[in-house]
Ligand binder design. Structure first.
Ligand code: LCS
Length: 398
């Protein structure tokens, strides 16, 4: 199936077919795993032409591999991009973008609530190279507008944000970034392209931890960067290929296989999350619930404009604070007590002591990551089973 015709197809169809041309050697129906570190040149001239960029053939797996290329084509198609670069982890995608686009004296603006390490590398590591970072509430557009300067080269947004589920208006953020000549990078991990396609709102780079929904089976760590602009892609690709955070072909094969069921997994998990959010919001032991699908959400208009659905991540706090949270983490039988999200299995964790533990306590508080916040990544189990399990854990508190 050709990429040009895939663009017009629905995302459910794209998930199954994108990047899955029959293998030209034997007609294998799915892209084979080219488990090789290097590629043999027929002649010295061919090798030289490949290095010179005059022959598009493969050279060395750190710089490209057919199995990885097939995955990249699939993700680019799903996101409405023109090209993609698969990376060894989501953090390899994040750090490669920062390395490629930031120099000493540059300024970066980052959502204050993001996956902990994404901001910690800016504050702890990129600061050592003279990059200045501002962590702000990007869901407040006035704040974002007031923070960018003519030195801002990157605006990095996660929406919905990990773990507060704060939502940033992507079209407005893109305008603000553009007004100072900065690149808008959107971490779309929580939504997947099934529920949100940031290029439609003006993003320049879309990234994912494919460890999550795209792979979906809790057995691979990986990342991807997606582009619409060839020059921007070439700049990032050059850095990725030499820094070395490339994806391995076996990883790529598994992620590509996972993508075939992405749309159905995302929707099943979302249906389950809606049922669980209803239970939580009506339960007397629950202090508050954050879930973009709850009625009366203050950003309901933006949510319906920007997102195809509320997704399957829920954050909540119990009246009994973290002590009660710990009890629930131990009392649930189905969600495993583990970090990560986006797999078919439900997972539950405590961000302040786990995924966001490396942040300073004051930064966590400012970002709304309270000590009592519990994050539930809802999976694809049966909705009734999940609801009754969570209910017995909550009822056990009273
Ligand atoms: N971006 C987001 C939004 C994430 O949630 C994560 C990981 C990353 C990037 C980094 O991706 P990785 O290198 O792990 O593939 N989030 C995790 C989480 O919430 N729990 O464990 C990992």
């Amino acid at each position: 199936m050709k990429t040009s015709s895939e663009k017009a197809l629905n995302i459910d169809t794209q998930c199954i077919h994108a990047g899955s041309e029959p293998d030209p050697a034997f007609g294998a129906a799915v892209p084979p795993i080219f488990q090789t570190s290097t590629f043999v040149f027929k002649t010295p001239e061919e090798g030289a032409a490949r290095f010179a960029g005059e022959d598009p053939g493969y050279i060395y797996t750190r710089m490209g591999n057919p199995t990885t290329s097939a995955l990249e084509e699939a993700v680019a198609t799903l996101e409405g991009g023109t090209s993609a670069l698969a990376t060894s982890s989501g953090m390899a995608a994040v750090s490669t973008v920062f390395f490629a686009l930031l120099s000493a004296g540059d300024h970066v603006v980052c959502s204050q609530s993001v996956y902990g390490p994404s901001r910690v590398i800016l504050e702890r590591d990129f600061s050592r190279f003279g990059v200045e970072a501002s962590m702000v509430d990007t869901s407040d557009l006035e704040v974002l507008r007031a923070t960018v300067t003519d030195r801002t080269r990157v605006v990095f947004v996660e929406t919905p944000a990990n773990p507060t589920l704060a939502i940033t208006d992507l079209a407005e953020a893109a305008d603000i970034a553009r007004s100072v000549g900065a690149v808008l990078v959107v971490d779309n991990t929580f939504m997947s392209p099934v529920l949100q396609q940031p290029f439609r709102f003006g993003a320049d780079i879309v990234l994912h931890s494919v460890t999550k929904f795209l792979n979906g089976h809790t057995d691979v760590v990986g990342g991807v960067l997606v582009f619409q602009d060839d020059e921007l892609m070439a700049k990032v690709r050059g850095v990725l290929h030499y820094l070395g955070g490339t994806m391995d072909p076996h990883q790529a094969f598994l992620v590509h296989r996972g993508i075939k069921t992405l749309a159905m997994r995302v929707r099943t998990a979302q249906d389950n999350a809606r049922a669980i959010a209803d239970l939580l919001s009506g339960h007397s032991e629950v202090d508050w619930v954050r879930y973009p699908g709850l009625p009366g959400h203050p950003q309901a208009d933006l949510i319906s404009r920007q997102m195809e659905g509320p997704g399957s991540l829920i954050s909540f706090q119990l009246r009994g604070g973290f002590d009660a949270g710990k009890q629930v983490l131990s009392a649930v039988r189905l969600p495993a007590l583990a970090v990560s999200l986006g797999g078919v299995e439900s997972l539950i964790q405590h961000p302040a002591s786990m995924t966001h533990a490396a942040m300073k306590p004051q930064d966590r508080e400012e970002a709304g990551i309270t000590d009592g916040l519990v994050r539930l990544a809802v999976g694809c189990e049966d909705a009734e089973d999940l609801v009754s399990d969570l209910k017995q854990a909550l009822d056990g508190l009273s």
